[in-house]
Design a protein around this ligand. Structure first.
Ligand code: GTP
Ligand code: SPV
Ligand code: MN
Length: 595
């Protein structure tokens, strides 16, 4: 517990508002967590899985109307509307506090208020920050215990400081009409009501580590990004680090835990995972950009995860993991999801908890007919991951050589290209687009602009965010990471992926690192440096030269249309769009005209 006056004062206000019947301080001990697990099994909130096959593992189902982030109900409540920018929902903070307090008032009555002190980043790291979340959900407590560093030590590090993020979560009655996920960046405060799904309620994750932290980073001169961090070890034993921003469900966890193709493994190549979703980056004493993963676990997409696509993620989920909205195999009390293997359980419950007939599965109606929800997830401790980096728990961060942007583009972006310089790379990130996925409520497969994969996560005006990127580049100078763009998702006219992806993405990572070291060739195109087909190693791979040539192609017509769409996209930012980026767009148009 703590004597911190700012914490105690806020907790008193919250108790007064929420009227909890009990209050429990989460101390982080295994004993306390085990009691909570038992209680949640008693109440039916969690289901205990086969402890021989999946020790320490549980299954949880959320309400069918509460299975993904809800961007339409996510707000940035800055004092000035203009500071939330054109890409965020905004409401006046006083008005929103009143509305949310009215919704949450008295709703802890008959429930327990759990008080969770947590650190984003290794406790005591100079890059870490502290939050306190109160919640009426044991599921949230148990997930936060995996996803963040919690407990008594956090109070010790916090001391008397007022530099911590307030997080109120109230399930209320999980009413979608009164669901709000609200951020008050100027008050270091987050309030989430009427949801019990991951990204809406594990307040350390998207709410703090991206929306609040992006604002803090802007004010304090660092960056909070929706990026995985990996270390690529070469046969000499040297490790180079890259950070990559892809929108939700576009392959961060997969790339972060990649296993190289056999011929590269045999040579001594290896990938180490530092993080799979979020990166906090600061300029280090040597002038380079250093990154930490503020999280302590993986909240990963289950469907599609299998021994071949992501062995390391699957291994990570074999103990002490919470599964959310996957199918339950009643024969052996284990879990299943689409893409785990080719043997769907015959006797099973679907993600809604109803008897499930796998023979009725219809790709066109995944939500209605699948065993697991398309956005079903596992919450697994990072230390379970066989390839977790030694640097993961060290607070100083890893030096970043390359930043990679990417998304799902069936036709447009080539497999990989390198930006001409930092400013051009910021342009590439600002213009990013991707086909939407099941990670957020709404239509799936629609192309939308998602700058730096931060559209749903930037806590301030996105024009200012672009300016902040440019300013970081100026400070980094020639020590700035090189910036690339990748697209694993080019398809043929029948919608089949043309690039095998997953482990074979290592071939692209090697080109990227070689470019950083000045050891690889490329051709200069209108959009940047693109490898020649012979620059990508196809050893042992069933992709012909012609296919590779086609997915490296920069098509003039497609890109002219793209440039016109970027121009439309840029209009939203008005006079807060940095001039440098407008110049970059003009430059692109001129380059395309010359093609
Ligand atoms: P969030 O946790 O929502 O931020 O997602 P993420 O970016 O970590 O995505 P993840 O790695 O979980 O991948 C999401 C989906 O993309 C899964 O269904 C994967 O199977 C699929 N995927 C990942 N990498 C590739 C790839 O290289 N090629 C193809 N075709 N699919 C991929
Ligand atoms: C994402 O949607 O980018 C996620 C899952 O990583 S959530 O925690 O729901 O945001
Ligand atoms: Mn994510």
């Amino acid at each position: 517990m703590t004597n911190n006056q700012s914490v105690l004062k806020w907790l008193d206000e919250m108790k007064e508002l929420l009227q909890p019947t009990n209050v429990m301080w989460i101390d982080g001990s295994e004993e306390q967590l085990e009691k909570l697990r038992e209680e949640s099994v008693q109440s039916g909130e969690m289901h205990k899985l086969n402890q021989d096959l999946l020790p320490g593992c549980y299954l949880h189902r959320t309400q069918p109307n509460d299975v993904a982030r809800v961007e339409g109900r996510t707000f940035i409540c800055s004092r000035e509307k203009e500071n939330a920018g054109p890409t965020n929902n905004w409401c006046d903070p006083q008005e929103m506090y009143t509305k949310l307090y009215n919704i949450a008032r008295g709703t802890y009555n008959g429930r327990t208020m759990y008080i969770i002190p947590y650190s984003m980043g290794p406790i005591g790291s100079p890059l870490a920050k502290i939050g306190v979340e109160i919640t009426d959900s044991i599921y949230v407590v148990l997930n936060m215990a995996i996803m963040t560093r919690i407990g008594e030590k956090v109070w010790e590090v916090l001391g008397d400081s007022n530099d911590w993020v307030r997080g109120l979560h109230a399930k209320c009655n999980v009413d979608p009409e009164n669901r709000y996920i609200c951020h008050f960046p100027e008050d270091n405060t987050i309030i989430s009501v009427n949801s019990a799904y991951g990204g809406n309620v594990l307040l350390g994750k998207k709410c703090f580590a991206l929306r609040i932290a992006s604002y803090q980073g802007w004010k304090e001169g660092w960056m909070a990004e929706h990026m995985l961090i990996l270390g690529l070890q070469n046969p000499k034993g040297e490790v180079k680090y890259v950070a990559a921003a892809f929108p939700s469900a576009c392959g961060k966890t997969n790339l972060a835990m990649l296993i190289p193709p056999k011929y590269l493994r045999d040579k001594g190549y290896k990938i180490w995972t530092v993080g799979d979703d979020i990166s906090w980056m600061k300029i280090g004493p040597d002038g380079r950009l250093y990154a930490i993963n503020p999280e302590n676990g993986f909240f990963g997409v289950a469907p599609g995860t299998n021994e071949h696509s992501n062995f390391n993620a699957l291994e990570s989920t074999k103990k002490n993991t919470i599964f959310t909205n996957v199918a339950l195999n009643l024969d052996n009390n284990t879990v299943w999801w689409e893409g785990l293997d080719k043997n769907p359980p015959k006797n099973a419950l679907n993600w809604r908890g109803e008897p499930w007939d796998y023979t009725k599965y219809d790709k066109a109606d995944k939500v209605g007919t699948s065993g697991a929800h398309p956005n079903s997830r596992f919450t697994a401790p990072a230390k379970n991951c066989p390839c977790i980096s030694d640097e993961f728990d060290k607070g100083q961060g890893v030096p970043i050589s390359a930043i990679i942007f990417g998304g799902r583009r069936a036709k447009c972006a080539p497999l990989v290209y390198q930006s001409k310089d930092w400013v051009n790379g910021v342009f590439v990130g600002s213009a990013m687009a991707s086909e939407t996925t099941a990670a957020a409520a709404g239509a799936v497969g629609v192309v939308r602009r998602d700058p730096m994969a931060m559209l749903p996560f930037c806590g301030y005006h996105m024009g200012d965010y672009f300016a902040h990127w440019l300013e970081m580049g100026e400070k980094l100078g020639d020590k700035a990471p090189k910036i690339f763009n990748v697209n694993w998702f080019r398809t043929d006219d029948d919608g089949n992926f043309l690039w095998p992806g997953f482990g074979d993405n290592m071939r692209v990572l090697n080109w990227i690192i070689d470019r950083c070291e000045g050891n690889a060739d490329a051709v200069e195109t209108a959009i940047g440096y693109v490898p020649r087909p012979e620059d990508i190693d196809l050893t042992d791979l069933d992709v012909d030269f012609e296919t590779l040539t086609s997915i490296l192609k920069v098509d003039k017509d497609v890109w002219e249309k793209e440039a016109a769409e970027i121009e439309e996209h840029y209009k939203k930012f008005g006079d807060r769009l940095p001039e440098e980026l407008r110049a970059q767009l003009n430059n692109l148009k001129e380059n395309l005209a010359k093609m």
